[in-house]
Design a protein around this ligand. Structure first.
Ligand code: GLP
Length: 244
């Protein structure tokens, strides 16, 4: 097991450090498969990556991306779909090839089939060289919610009340938050050669403590990362505040 924890002063410093780590991955392996994440946490990191691209420090032309998850039922044009988020925050601002970015499609009638096809796609790419992760307040990674098991492959998830509550700020009301999502499984994530997990703010302090300093249990899905051989956590002081 190898978990390196880097504590940054605040969100901005976390974002800069994370972008530097991703940048070195791209420089060292220009045809990397990057596993990407959504949520408010990585937005600053994506901004830093766009800046590096604009400054001609980075070239995305050989990069392939795979995303962790997508809400079920939201069209790609919906401004809360993760497809829209990724285009808005990164894809439209760098020189990624148009056919080199993959997300599960939440609009397919047969979600189980879509999940199986997505898993096969990620596997055919050799899984992520570097997987970026945020973490839910309840320790979820991707949309792998607390439960009795770790689900291996990409699957359909029923979102928990806690996640719907956390994400309702992006929708008109909690009723508008999709109740299901398609998410990479824990096995898909654990195949990544490097995992880079970001966390910022006191809201995430419990999840960081439980994931990296508690027992490995599906009740806190992030804790499985203790069994990964190459994990880097970049968190700010608030997110680290419950670690003694
Ligand atoms: C979302 C996403 C996760 C993300 C997490 C935290 O629901 N599915 O991939 O890491 O919840 O989100 P945020 O960064 O907004 O706190």
């Amino acid at each position: 097991m190898s978990v390196r924890i880097i504590v940054a002063k605040d969100y901005d410093e976390m974002s800069r450090k994370a972008a530097n780590i991703i940048a070195s991955q791209i420089i060292m392996k220009p045809d990397s498969v990057l596993g990407l994440a959504t949520g408010s946490t990585p937005i600053g990191t994506y901004k830093e990556l766009v800046k590096k691209y604009e400054n001609k420090e980075l070239d995305f032309s050989e990069i392939t991306t795979v995303n962790l998850d997508e809400y079920k039922g939201l069209s790609r044009e919906h401004d809360q779909s993760y497809y829209y988020f990724m285009h808005d925050n990164l894809f439209d601002h760098v020189n990624l090839r148009k056919d080199a970015s993959f997300l599960p499609d939440g609009t397919k009638a047969d979600s189980e089939k879509e999940c199986a096809e997505y898993e096969a796609k990620v596997a055919s790419l050799g899984y992520a060289d570097l997987q970026l992760l945020g973490i839910g307040r309840n320790g979820h990674i991707g949309f792998n919610e607390p439960g009795d098991v770790f689900v291996k492959d990409t699957h359909v998830v029923d979102l928990t009340e806690s996640t719907i509550d956390a994400n309702k700020r992006f929708f008109a009301s909690a009723d508008d938050v999709p109740k299901q999502a398609l998410s990479m499984g824990i096995g898909t994530i654990m195949h990544a050669k490097t995992v880079l997990l970001l966390a910022s703010g006191k809201d995430k302090a419990e999840a960081i403590k439980n994931s990296f300093f508690g027992p490995v249990t599906p009740q806190c899905q992030g804790s499985i990362l203790q069994f990964h051989s190459n994990v880097i956590v970049v968190c700010d002081e608030d997110a680290y505040s419950l670690v003694k």
